[in-house]
Write a protein that binds this ligand. Structure first.
Ligand SMILES: O=C(O)c1cc(=O)[nH]c(=O)n1[C@@H]1O[C@H](COP(=O)(O)O)[C@@H](O)[C@H]1O
Length: 265
């Protein structure tokens, strides 16, 4: 097995012919009723989602926010092990970073998963323990998909560049081990194109297609670097259906998104 995350991800993308990241944002309030009686409803839900979608998944992206409660951590651990059992990499969407002493603890997340998302606001030292993990992927938030993404990220610096452009430039500097990618939302296609031009070699994680209505074509056209990158949908896949057959609907939604994205690859 190659020791570089993006090489492994590239292999996975080739094997399943898919750049779909299936977002495991298992909102407890939306888990179908028949699973609510299980000891760990989120895990019961995710297991069925993984069974139904793994053939179409380049990776799974659980967002840590949905698991930060006592049973949540157990569900997350089971979910990660199960995804790995199906040979699918796991990107933990944690958006972490802090002062060195603290971030060294955060970086231990990478003992359990293949990649994480991190927040660049506190600068290089806050990311260093993540960046030092040569075999893992580190996706730096660059231009996010939410409406407020413009509030700070689009601000123009004295140098004339936008804050998100500065982040992209820094990420290139931080990429000494070839383990850094960027997070750029599909809801900002112009910025997506500009950032791709600026940093042709960095793979992107592009969230925001599906529930947030982002641009799937731009996500593929600008998100991939030499064919490697991820386009994430969470609610659009895992909550595509309801009730007893929710997992079938999720499988169909994942396959549909894969095919749609593949038209642009
Ligand atoms: O880092 C992320 O993945 C992320 C960055 C961003 O700019 N926008 C964004 O939506 N995300 C995450 O991507 C997922 C999107 O979920 P859906 O809108 O349900 O597809 C959520 O887990 C978000 O936290």
């Amino acid at each position: 097995m190659t020791s570089n995350f993006f090489d492994r991800l590239g292999d996975r993308i080739e094997r399943v012919d898919s750049v779909v990241s299936v977002g495991l944002d298992a909102d407890p309030s939306r888990i179908p009723e028949h699973l609510q009686e299980e000891e760990l409803p989120q895990w019961a839900f995710n297991r069925r989602i993984i069974d139904a979608t793994h053939e179409h998944a380049a990776c799974y992206k659980p967002n840590a926010a949905f698991y930060e409660h006592a049973d949540g951590w157990r569900s997350l651990r089971e979910t990660i092990a199960y995804a790995h059992g199906k040979d699918v990499p796991v990107l933990l969407d944690a958006k972490r970073a802090d002062i060195g002493n603290t971030t060294r603890q955060y970086a231990k997340l990478l003992d359990h998963v293949d990649a994480v998302t991190v927040n660049p606001y506190m600068g290089r030292d806050s990311l260093q323990p993540f960046l030092d993990r040569e075999d893992k992927g580190v996706f730096v938030l660059c231009r996010t998909s939410n409406p407020g993404g413009a509030d700070l990220q689009d601000l123009e610096l004295a140098s004339g560049e936008a804050v998100y452009e500065r982040v992209a430039a820094l990420a290139e500097l931080w990429n000494q081990h070839g383990n850094v990618g960027l997070v750029v939302g599909a809801t900002a296609p112009e910025e997506l194109e500009a950032i791709r031009e600026q940093v042709p070699e960095l793979p992107f994680l592009v969230p925001g297609v599906g529930a947030q209505g982002g641009d799937a074509e731009a996500a593929v056209e600008f998100g991939l670097a030499e064919g490697v990158g991820l386009v994430n949908s969470s609610r659009g896949i895992i909550f595509a259906g309801e009730g007893e057959t929710f997992d079938r609907a999720a499988g169909q939604a994942a396959r549909r998104l894969k095919r749609r994205l593949n038209q642009f690859r």
